[in-house]
Design a protein around this ligand. Structure first.
Ligand code: ADP
Ligand code: ASP
Ligand code: MG
Length: 421
């Protein structure tokens, strides 16, 4: 008998009908002779609605109470799903993150899993039941408080359960047929990828392809969990995210996919003295503010003044905090002023074949220039090239680059549900 972990995202359990459909699908897997553990997200856009509600009450919601609020979303869907399964004549039990042994650190809103002790889930399986676990949530042993794993965190719940229970596969059910060469809502001619290495998936997730949450991909890679991303609306084979064996040579396309991200902003520190130690000073302040910075560009200093500008990108959600921290140290650090730009879009092309192929950057820049799209920043890693453009040109940029690298399919991709929010 195999153990299969199945994760259903919000769009797959958006209403009562969807929950019944998903229940049938889970029962099918059970009937086929497998043990089944399910991780479930909140229904539809519930999490976004709860966040909006909190902001109607207060501009800066308390982090502990926010987690308390948001975790209710997954409690609703887990209980309804268990009820629907029982109605089909199968035993099912729902568990909150803490009941399922999802132990995290204490960081509200972005907690990391430090241990998984799924004792009750095991018990349920041993007694022949299907275990339903609320996604995206955990419990901190020191504070005894409920935590959340960050937006999209139900993917991580599923992978962590799969690793702890030594599952055969972790199936991620969503509203598209798998991982595509670009977001099919932005690039209708994107095509489904049958197999993708975890390394490339990690880069795509980091670059904003929200079909899989980056921490879930990291977790799966570290623990050797095989992921199968597929649609909950049909039985098509989806995308296998695999860990190539040591030394395994795989036929790699030059470009595997294109991703866009509108959640970042750019800060420019203007008039920085061009002397050793200044960058260290500035980025120490930024690090102390707890920001996750990505691209960094330092301009050539003006000969007359010996001053330079340093720009970097970071999540919009962290923008205000970092600006405040930098402003507080402005005189000590000796820069002139700060600029904040939240109208940027980040585009990334990802492909392991880039390592051995020249001319990828030239092709990318040519495609953008032919479309009249200006590039503001560039950064590269071994298998990724990212550029910053204006936010309102990002969708066009993604489409022209997708076409330029020959990734367009003959037919438009099907998006089954969800609002793309
Ligand atoms: P769920 O509610 O199932 O977690 P998400 O909304 O988090 O679903 O993720 C699925 C969505 O991710 C798709 O509807 C699609 O718009 C978006 N997406 C972005 N990039 C990609 C990609 N490369 N492949 C597939 N989907 C993508
Ligand atoms: N419900 C949470 C969110 O919307 C977690 C998830 O869906 O993965 O971010
Ligand atoms: Mg998701």
């Amino acid at each position: 008998m195999s153990l299969i972990v199945q994760k259903f995202g919000g769009s797959s359990v958006a209403d009562a009908e969807s929950i019944k459909r998903v229940a049938k699908r889970i029962v099918e897997t059970k009937k086929a002779g497998n043990d089944v553990v399910v991780a479930v997200s909140a229904m539809g856009d519930t999490t976004d609605e709860l966040i909006d509600l909190a902001h109607e009450v207060t501009p800066i919601p308390d982090a502990r109470e926010m987690d308390m609020l948001l975790t209710t979303g997954e409690r609703i869907s887990m209980a309804l799903l268990a009820m629907a399964i029982k109605t089909l004549g199968y035993e099912a039990r729902s568990y909150t993150g803490s009941q399922a042994g999802m132990i995290t650190d204490a960081q509200h809103g972005a907690a990391r899993i430090v241990d998984v002790t799924p004792v009750r889930v095991r018990e349920a399986l041993d007694e022949g039941a299907i275990a339903i676990v609320a996604g995206f949530q955990g419990f901190n042993r020191d504070s005894m408080d409920i935590t959340t794993l960050g937006r999209g965190g139900s993917d991580t719940t599923a992978v962590a359960l799969a690793a702890a229970l030594d599952a055969e596969v972790c199936e991620i059910y969503t509203d598209v047929d798998g991982v595509y060469t670009a977001d099919p809502r932005v690039v209708p001619l994107a095509h489904k990828i049958d197999r993708i290495s975890s390394e490339e998936m990690l880069e795509l997730a980091a670059a904003g392809a929200k079909v899989l949450y980056i921490r879930a991909v990291e977790f799966a890679r570290r623990h050797g969990v095989t992921l199968h991303v597929r649609s909950s609306f049909n039985n098509n084979e989806g995308t296998l995210v695999y860990n190539p064996a040591e030394g395994e040579s795989v036929e790699e396309p030059i470009i595997t996919g294109v991703a866009g991200d509108l959640t970042e902003a750019k800060i420019t520190v203007v008039g920085v003295p061009d002397i050793p130690g200044k960058a260290a000073e500035i980025f120490t302040i930024v690090a102390k503010a707890g920001a996750n910075i990505d691209m960094i560009v330092q301009n050539v200093s003006a000969a007359a003044t010996g001053l330079t500008d340093i720009s970097f990108t970071l999540p919009k959600a962290e923008g205000q905090r970092v600006l405040t921290a930098l402003n507080a140290e402005k005189d000590a650090a000796g820069f002139a002023n700060l600029l904040y730009d939240d109208q940027i879009g980040k585009l990334a092309v990802v492909g392991a074949g880039m390592r051995t192929n020249a001319g990828v950057s030239a092709k990318l820049f040519t495609a953008l220039s032919d479309a009249g799209i200006n590039i503001e920043m560039i950064s590269t890693s071994e298998i990724r090239i990212s550029v910053v453009t204006r936010a309102d040109t990002l969708a066009d940029a993604t489409r022209v680059v997708h076409t330029a690298f020959g990734l367009d399919a003959a037919e438009a991709a099907q998006v089954h549900g969800g609002t793309g929010r």
